[in-house]
Write a protein that binds this ligand. Sequence first.
Ligand code: CA
Length: 224
Amino acid sequence: MALILIVEDERDLNNLLRAQLESEGHEVAQAFDGATALRAVEARPPDLIILDWMLPGKDGLTVCRQVRQSHLMPIMMLTARGEEVDRVLGLEVGADDYLTKPFGMREALARVRALLRRVAFDAQVGGTGVLSLGALRLNPTDHTVSIADEPLDLTPREFDVLALLMAHPGRAFSRDYLVERVWGLQSDGDDRLIDSHIMRLRKKLGDVGDRIVTVWGVGYRLTA
Ligand code: CA
């Protein structure tokens, strides 16, 4: 079972989530503002963070960005806003999933399970050894990527997508498959989740990024 940090200033909601997660056998830590959350993460890194967007002091986006500077655990953001722009913004700073308020507890628990399954998947990919393509090298064991020995800074999901593509060069992956394997979610038909990650990944990879090609009507593949 996992250690889960809940960062939410609405005490009732924070406590409700805590009770639900504890009843599933998880250990729960709570924070009610961003600064306390960051201290908690450093003191004892959780396996997963549930992070509210609107917090007093440092907001959820700032907390997410700061956590991502040194941690890879999944982060699920809670937001009362549903606009696409926020979702994309959150994904860009490294959130893994989104839950729009108000949400049902069953939905929240299902998302948590999916994210934790994905952590198990990371551990699986970790057994494949160092992958390389030209000057690009990816090490699943220590989660590092470099081009000509220059380290690249990828978000955990960008890393997972790249690891899958590099493990199977030439093979086309559908967006649904990538979402399911990497995020552990059933695809809801919204291609923007995967497309925004691929776009960022390509940009970060520079010239090598051109090797990730769009397969029309399917998804993506890496040309060898
Ligand atoms: Ca709030």
